[in-house]
Design a protein around this ligand. Structure first.
Ligand SMILES: Nc1ncnc2c1ncn2[C@@H]1O[C@H](COP(=O)(O)OP(=O)(O)O)[C@@H](O)[C@H]1O
Ligand SMILES: [Mg+2]
Length: 251
């Protein structure tokens, strides 16, 4: 279980202090798939970075399975069971895709077939990628998928994915939904947090958390929250919720 207690985060911009997260408190129980959604710039990635330990909050606490991890490094949190796929993945020059998956899996020995399984899950033809170096020759979308594959390989107690749909084509996206569904089917004792605008991901959530202007605006199951995003209870969802945000239909 993850407890986020009164988290506040601000940055200084041109001498002015800007509040990004404003006293957010929420509990994310284990055994569920939680989707965090909300308008761009609302603070979702910042919250994810605070959970992963990339940045520290100004105030508040992060408790994981009863232990205060607020001051813990990314590496120590990973050891405690928090796996993280960033919205903008990092390139590792000199390292091959296979090595990255092996490191994520935490084993010295990993068969090519096992490593390939994770790449196939994100729609990458494994034999084309397994020996590739994780450098600038990979496109943003490929890199993103490789990172998702590493989080799958980690099989952490808590896996966090920040906008996994970004840079992924429709076919692979369908694949990814199946991967998330599979993870959810075996979720006992673990949890998944996905930051997403995609209606199809919102639909598989046990709980949706709406973050807006750095605050927790609403939370509940898909049936409760999706109509709120649409602005009406009866609208048939047929398009991407992100488009609605852009269009200003979601208030
Ligand atoms: N280090 C930073 N310096 C300045 N502004 C930041 C920084 N980190 C985040 N922000 C701002 O905080 C707001 C929330 O960002 P973010 O958490 O990425 O939102 P979301 O993921 O919901 O789109 C945005 O306005 C963003 O520009
Ligand atoms: Mg973001």
């Amino acid at each position: 279980m993850l407890e986020i207690k009164n988290i506040t985060f601000s940055v200084e911009e041109d001498g002015v202090r800007k509040t990004i997260l404003d006293d957010i408190s929420l509990t994310i129980p284990s055994g569920q798939l939680t989707v965090v959604t909300g308008p761009n710039g609302g603070g979702k990635s910042t919250l994810a970075r605070i959970i992963a330990g990339v940045i520290r909050p100004d105030s508040g606490k992060i408790i994981f399975n009863g232990e205060d991890i607020t001051e813990m490094s990314v590496t120590d949190r990973a050891k405690k069971g928090i796996g993280f796929a960033f919205q903008q993945p990092v390139r590792f020059k000199g390292l091959k895709v296979f090595d990255l998956i092996r490191l994520a899996k935490g084993t010295k020995k990993l068969s090519t077939a096992d490593a390939c399984k994770y790449l196939a899950a994100v729609g990458l033809c494994a034999k084309d990628y397994i020996d590739r170096e994780v450098n600038a020759s990979l496109s943003g979308g490929e890199l993103k998928r490789i990172e998702i594959a590493t989080v799958l390989a980690k099989n952490s107690e808590m896996s966090v994915f920040d906008e996994p749909e970004a840079g992924i084509d429709l076919w692979s996206f369908q694949n990814l939904i199946e991967v998330f569904n599979g993870m959810r089917a075996n979720i006992e004792g673990s949890s998944i947090i996905i930051i997403s605008h995609q209606e199809r991901i919102l639909r598989i959530a046990d709980e949706i958390i709406l973050v807006k202007n750095g605050r927790l605006a609403s939370r509940g199951n898909a049936d409760k929250i999706i109509p709120q995003l649409m602005g009406t209870d009866s609208v048939e969802l047929s398009c991407n919720i992100a488009d609605l945000w852009k269009g200003g239909a979601a208030k």
